[in-house]
Design a protein around this ligand. Structure first.
Ligand SMILES: [Zn+2]
Length: 215
């Protein structure tokens, strides 16, 4: 685990999720919940999201200070976050670059290499159409964990459009997130993901054991 991942992993032990979600609910779209879940679990070096209401800068700065996060707000209401200032600057620079940057930018957002490569092939402007194509194909069995369908509702397990409906790297990432969610089972703020897991019919082993004990 790199330094950023390590810092993120340490933070989750004292992470007051209710404080985390408050600002996300107020200023950002629901999809930002998935982004920040992955960010705090150490799977995303940077987050890019959009403001959906007038920002209270003081509140944002206090929030960033609490979690030791750096942020950058650009003119288009896009806002970027990272624990690392250098990565934050790089993300902003790449995202605003007129050069082709899907691969490098996707990797800064924590997407698997294969999925970044696919986005680069498809082109950033065609990504929504590609997502619809994958959704039309459907995600079977465990691969339902990598469906981007519920991302905009804030209950996906990955924050990117996978390269295919059977991307193993995306599934590995989603399963690691599921594993961490089960560790945080006492947090009511994580309930939306647990409900999504139940909808898929996926119950992790640890959760099954705890359910058996509580009956
Ligand atoms: Zn992939």
């Amino acid at each position: 685990m790199n330094l950023i991942g390590c810092k993120a992993a340490l933070m989750k032990w004292y992470l007051p999720l209710e404080k985390l979600w408050v600002i996300i609910d107020e200023f950002f779209p629901l999809s930002a919940k998935v982004d920040f879940l992955l960010f705090f679990y150490g799977y995303k070096p940077c987050v890019r999201t959009r403001l959906i209401s007038d920002l209270n800068i003081k509140k944002l700065e206090d929030w960033c200070h609490t979690f030791q996060i750096q942020y950058f707000l650009d003119k288009e209401d896009f806002i970027y976050f990272s624990f690392n200032e250098v990565l934050l600057s790089l993300a902003v620079k790449l995202d605003n670059s007129v050069e082709k940057h899907e691969q490098a930018f996707g990797e800064l957002l924590g997407y698997p290499h294969c999925c970044c490569k696919k986005i680069a092939e498809v082109g950033e402007h065609e990504i929504d159409a590609y997502e619809q194509k994958l959704l039309a194909q459907g995600f079977d069995g465990l691969f339902q964990l990598i469906s981007p369908e519920k991302y905009i509702d804030g209950v996906a397990f990955i924050s990117h459009v996978p390269c295919s409906t059977s991307c193993k790297n995306s599934l590995d990432l989603a399963e690691q997130v599921v594993e961490k969610l089960t560790l945080g089972k006492h947090f009511p703020e994580l309930q939306q993901w647990r409900t999504a897991l139940e909808r898929i019919g996926f119950i992790p082993l640890k959760m099954r054991r705890s359910l058996c004990r509580s009956i």
